[in-house]
Design a protein around this ligand. Structure first.
Ligand code: UFG
Length: 341
């Protein structure tokens, strides 16, 4: 297949693009490189394009036909979205709109979308099933939900078929392929714990220990980035077989508190990780744990790396090999391919 992967130079997208390329698909990564890294694109072509700019998208779609799009490019931080909702509406909704319009112009009718557990807000029942009514508690979740709804109506009217994958907390790395997580600034739990273990930060701050959970800290469902990446290939193949539009949760169905993840990191890394308790981070729901029964039953997805220790260990190995992350970025010209096609 010939696949465009938006956001394919980012943490999750680079793992997805690498697996597709390895199985023999023709892959073009479409990324504005505002957050992504040229060095994370190993094998596929790469074109720099900002989804908010239709002319740049035209260049990204050149050289088709393309069979499908995997859409991961987005702003994706809960905390930041509370302070800068405009950025979230612009990147995730306006950018998403230009993308589906470009697909329509170019006759591309299949899309796999990187959605999020943040659409659920504070769910009534845990583990969360896809039928749970979405009620996001932050602009990040709200903008991802808005795009899911756009996909629904584009499906009804224009025949677009899509799979929305609602990711829970993605963690781990693929050190064998030289891929890992590198954000500036880093806000995610596990990479921050690694930075503290490396002495790059003094201590780890727990965002609130007065939540209604056993130890008072937030509970999340962690999923290995490679298990998540494999789900994208299954979703793509489902659409290629003529499968209908679907929405799937992706998690392990097991919740770990912030304190439990800190303990696991201490065990795996064997170094001290000093912590301090701070205030809650606005927008954080207390508990997010997935039921992923639907994608297991319908697409045969099986998470092969469910242990949090294994996620931390793989992330730690990548980090030891790249203590400062990927090298400084080469940005290239919009619409031009810094490498390949
Ligand atoms: N946390 C801390 N201290 C920190 C960083 C995080 O206590 O310095 C806590 C957070 O409060 C939260 C947990 O660790 O309870 C996990 O936080 P992350 O920032 O790693 O991840 P989030 O749960 O905020 O969000 C992630 C993705 C979202 C996705 C969500 C779904 O970034 O895109 O998982 O569960 F929507």
């Amino acid at each position: 297949m010939r696949i465009l992967v938006t956001g394919g130079a980012g943490y999750i997208g680079s793992h997805v693009a690498a697996l597709l390329h390895e199985r023999g698909d023709t892959v073009r990564v479409v990324d504005d490189l505002s957050k992504g890294h040229v060095e994370a694109v190993k094998g596929p072509g790469l074109i720099r394009a900002d989804l908010r700019r239709p002319q740049e998208l035209e260049a990204a779609f050149s050289g088709g036909p393309w069979d499908a799009v995997i859409h991961l490019a987005a702003s994706s931080l809960v905390g930041e979205s509370m302070e800068a909702p405009a950025r979230y509406y612009e990147n995730n909704v306006v950018g998403g709109f230009h993308l589906v319009e470009a697909m329509r112009r170019h006759g591309v009718t299949r899309l796999v979308f990187s959605s999020t557990a943040a659409v659920y807000g504070e769910p009534e029942r845990v583990p969360i099933v896809e039928e749970e009514p979405p009620r996001p508690t932050n602009p990040y979740g709200a903008t991802k939900l808005a795009f899911e709804e756009m996909l629904h109506w584009y499906g009804e009217a224009y025949g677009l078929r899509s799979v929305s994958l609602r990711y829970f907390n993605v963690a781990g790395a693929d050190p064998d392929r030289g891929l890992g997580e590198d954000h500036h600034p880093e806000t995610h739990l596990i990479p921050i714990l690694l930075e503290v273990a490396l002495g790059q930060r003094e201590r780890f701050q727990v965002f609130g220990d007065d939540y209604p959970t056993a130890d008072g800290t937030c509970i999340r469902d962690y999923i290995h980035v490679l298990d998540l990446a494999e789900a994208h290939l299954l979703a793509l193949d489902h659409l290629a077989r003529g499968g209908a539009s679907r929405t799937y949760n992706l998690g392990n169905g097991a919740g770990f508190s912030v304190r439990e993840v800190c303990e696991a990191a201490r065990r795996v890394i064997g170094r001290p990780i000093p912590t301090v308790v701070g205030p809650r981070r606005p927008g954080d729901p207390p508990v997010l744990v997935a039921s992923s029964e639907r994608i297991r039953a319908e697409l045969g997805w099986v998470p092969r790396r469910p242990s949090v220790e294994e996620m931390i260990e793989s992330a730690w190995h990548w980090r030891l090999a790249h203590p400062d992350g990927f090298p400084a970025k080469g940005r290239g010209e919009p619409g031009k391919a810094p490498q390949g096609a």
